[in-house]
Design a protein around this ligand. Structure first.
Ligand code: CS2
Ligand code: MN
Length: 353
């Protein structure tokens, strides 16, 4: 298992590369050009700038999260072809700096969704929270204003340019069924995977977060059967998964360790984090420790160990602790603690092999 840490780039992150360097065992910076709109071709100069910054610290750039998929591709519009061409050109450029995995998602309109970014826990820490009942009542625009209101730290997946045409987007998806979305994903992968293969880059889809339909929008990467269908859609070792335990695991019917044991050789990127799920379906992000949440992180790491996982992992989100001012979910402290918990389990499994 190779450990990575998500970093938003120079001047765009409260966490510095100096700090990341001091977290034990981090080899990869998980990165992206966060100022590029979905569908645009990434310029080589900008890619090289990130490489220059991370080279100084000896980090590799093996994992990109994410090259976002333009809505026209998800909608299956005729204009999709030009965006797919741009995606291919971006893949070719990323290969030049040694990228091995591209994480992406196929969620219409919204990426991840929460109702509260700073829900306070008893110990005074705060974390991302999802209140099921609120989603049923709230107007999507109200939620967008709440989530995207911090102009200094754009939330990935909530970029202003993506959300400015929200009502048109909802209109465009009105008659798009889940089967349509599957067909559009197939069309995309049939074109992208051969290019990814030639360039030795694995395409790793991130599950829907949360793994159910929201605001009546179709969603198709929600459970074990979806993952199995997705891998068969284009049955090629470069068509892979980002298995996000916290995303897919926020549905208690999803057995994350079983998914790892079943799909291990097609998981290119592991997002490891815990969530506490309440009886009414609400959930909150917790520390990584198994006893703090509803997911068995010990068994999740054990499953990766059992399948001989040699891919990339990252701690995914963390809580906000010790008064850290940071992008929600992406502070230094709790993610660093998460890494140490993962290493603790991993190292003891290695020893007892
Ligand atoms: C998620 C997503 O893993 C995460 O942090 O909150 O934002 C994820 O980055 C994207 O869905 C991947 O494309
Ligand atoms: Mn994730």
């Amino acid at each position: 298992m190779k450990m990575g840490f998500r970093w938003y780039g120079e001047g765009n992150d409260t966490v510095t590369l100096d700090q990341i360097k001091q977290i034990p065992g981090v080899e990869s910076i998980v990165w992206a050009l966060h100022d590029m709109a979905a569908g645009e071709e990434w310029p080589m100069e900008k890619i090289l700038k990130v490489k220059e910054a991370t080279d100084k610290y000896g980090f590799n750039l093996d994992v990109v999260e994410s090259v976002n998929v333009h809505e026209d591709i998800k909608l299956g519009l005729p204009t999709r072809d030009k965006y797919i061409e741009n995606y291919k050109k971006t893949i070719e450029k990323l290969a030049k700096v040694g990228v091995k995995v591209i994480c992406y998602n196929f969620m219409p309109v919204f990426d991840w969704l929460r109702t509260d970014l700073y829900k306070e826990a008893e110990d005074g820490s705060t974390a991302l929270f999802y209140e099921k009942a609120k989603i049923n009542d709230i107007d999507p625009m109200e939620l967008v204003n709440k989530i995207a209101s911090n102009p200094d730290l754009t939330m990935p997946g909530w970029e202003p340019e993506r959300l400015k045409n929200l009502s048109q987007l909802f209109e465009a998806y009105k008659n798009v069924t889940e089967e349509d979305l599957w067909n559009n994903l197939k069309y995309f992968l049939e074109q992208i995977i051969p290019v990814a293969e030639i360039n030795d880059i694995k395409m790793a889809v991130h599950p829907d977060d949360p793994p159910w339909s929201i605001f009546g929008l179709p969603r198709i990467v929600k459970d074990r059967n979806d993952l199995a269908r997705l891998l068969k859609l284009v049955d090629n070792p470069y068509n892979c998964l980002t298995l996000c335990s916290g995303a897919i695991g926020s549905n208690p019917n999803n057995d994350v360790p079983a998914m790892i044991r079943e799909f291990g050789n097609r998981i290119a990127f592991a997002h490891i984090r815990n969530v506490k799920i309440y009886e009414n379906g609400d959930f909150i992000e917790t520390s990584h420790r198994t006893c703090d949440g509803s997911l068995d992180i010990c068994d999740i790491v054990k499953a990766y160990h059992e399948v001989g996982f040699t891919g990339y992992a990252r701690p995914d989100h963390g809580r906000h602790i010790w008064n850290e001012q940071c992008r929600p979910g992406y502070g230094l402290y709790d993610r660093a603690l998460g890494i140490m918990y993962i290493w603790g389990i991993w190292d003891s499994l290695q020893r007892n092999k």
